[in-house]
Design a protein around this ligand. Structure first.
Ligand SMILES: Cc1cc2nc3c(=O)[nH]c(=O)nc-3n(C[C@H](O)[C@H](O)[C@H](O)COP(=O)(O)O)c2cc1C
Length: 367
């Protein structure tokens, strides 16, 4: 089996290794757009074979927390242009993760309007939103409303527009965030989605919106520039078990196999303290999908290589180790030490601390 450090051809781009930087929200966009620190942060990590950006809101309605950057205004697009230029200047590649949180939102994010979802059941999860005094606080998600069937075309179009904006911003592709209990999964999950129209009920109906999104985005930017991230059997964001769960994920993998996507990205939430993604399901989905498979969740150099050796995936996405080790791939290549993370610095914060002040290993020797 190939080395995790060897190049990989992903559609039209050649990745320098099979190590992907997993999408990681940092909640630092005070003006909802990336700034020069964001550009520095990503360019420092351009040694990843592929970077998947933090989740980026496709619209105001889509945003789930304070300080999340968007991709729906000219200013935001300009901010991302600086990010992608910095990554490309250092020989890297970067996809934009397109994010709509659905019900996992709050009225303070969208001018008092309720978050939208498949069926109007509130998630038992907290979100970082603005309290009645406009101060950021951990608050329960707001009461959502079910999307009307007449709204589906405009929702799908918002994903396509965000994908086109990602191209204007210079991204190499986009990843649709269908994992972790956000909007697409709120339609897929049969325990939450109790709709009686064409978007609920049967597996085919529950997969309708996610597949419409995939098709619209692929049409907008090209299928080989379109990836999808899902978290089969994930319970994050108050997702519950349902009867035909395995059949649902397998049907999705089969449906995607016909679409020539850049990749299918499975997020295993076990390393985040949730239930594990079973190897059996992941292998079944890999077989049914047949294209490039990315797996994320708790990997390092050796375990990542093992996942490739076991033919579980083509690319290994690594998250948290990239935060404090901007030159993670170089550290792996040279057998240099990987420093631990400080989770208190993951979200929020302003300025360089905990964001762009992590040295490369050679720099650390000079300090
Ligand atoms: C700080 C932080 C932010 C994250 N933000 C996102 C996100 O925006 N989109 C997403 O799909 N997953 C997100 N995740 C999940 C990661 O992509 C990844 O799946 C998870 O961290 C497990 O991988 P790891 O064990 O290598 O860190 C986030 C995780 C962390 C720790």
């Amino acid at each position: 089996m190939p080395s995790i450090l060897s190049p990989y051809q992903l559609g039209g781009i050649t990745l320098s290794s099979r190590i992907v930087m997993a999408p990681m929200t940092r909640a630092r966009a005070r003006d909802l757009k990336p700034d020069t620190d964001t550009a520095t942060y990503y360019s420092q990590r351009a040694g990843a074979g592929l970077i998947i950006s933090e989740g980026i809101s496709i619209s105001e309605e889509a945003r789930g927390a304070v300080f999340i950057p968007g991709l729906y205004t000219d200013e935001q697009i300009r901010g991302w242009q600086a990010v992608t230029a910095g990554v490309h200047a250092r020989g890297g590649h970067i996809f934009a993760q397109l994010w709509h949180v659905g019900r996992a939102g709050h009225v303070s994010h969208n001018k008092g309007k309720a978050p939208v979802t498949s069926s109007a059941t509130r998630g038992n999860t907290m979100t970082f939103a603005l309290d009645e005094n406009g101060v950021p606080a951990r608050l329960p998600q707001s009461e959502p409303r079910a999307l009307d069937i007449s709204e589906m075309p405009r929702l799908v179009e918002e994903y396509a527009t965000a994908a086109r904006n990602a191209m204007k911003a210079g991204f190499d592709g986009v990843e649709i965030h269908g994992a972790n209990g956000y909007l697409p999964e709120q339609f897929i999950n049969g325990a939450l989605n109790k709709r009686t129209d064409a978007y609920g009920g049967s597996i085919e109906n529950r997969l309708r919106l996610p597949l419409e999104i995939v098709d619209a985005v692929a049409k907008a930017v090209g299928s080989t520039r379109t990836g999808l991230r899902v978290a089969p059997f994930g319970r994050f964001n108050d997702m519950h078990a349902y009867d035909d769960e395995e059949a649902t994920w397998c049907t999705l993998a089969s449906a995607l196999s016909k679409r020539q996507l850049a990749y299918l990205h499975l997020s295993d939430q076990e390393s985040l303290g949730q239930t594990a993604l079973s190897k059996d399901i992941a292998l079944k989905m890999r077989k049914l999908f047949g294209g490039t498979m990315v797996i994320a969740g708790g990997f390092g150099f050796e375990s990542g290589q093992k996942a490739i050796d076991d033919d579980r995936c083509d690319l290994v996405a690594i998250g948290r180790p990239f935060i404090a080790n901007p030159d993670l791939v170089e550290r792996y290549r040279n057998g240099w030490p990987v420093v631990p993370n400080d989770p208190s610095k993951f979200y929020g914060g302003q300025g360089p601390a905990g964001y762009i002040d992590y040295p490369t290993y050679p720099e650390s020797l000079k300090q």
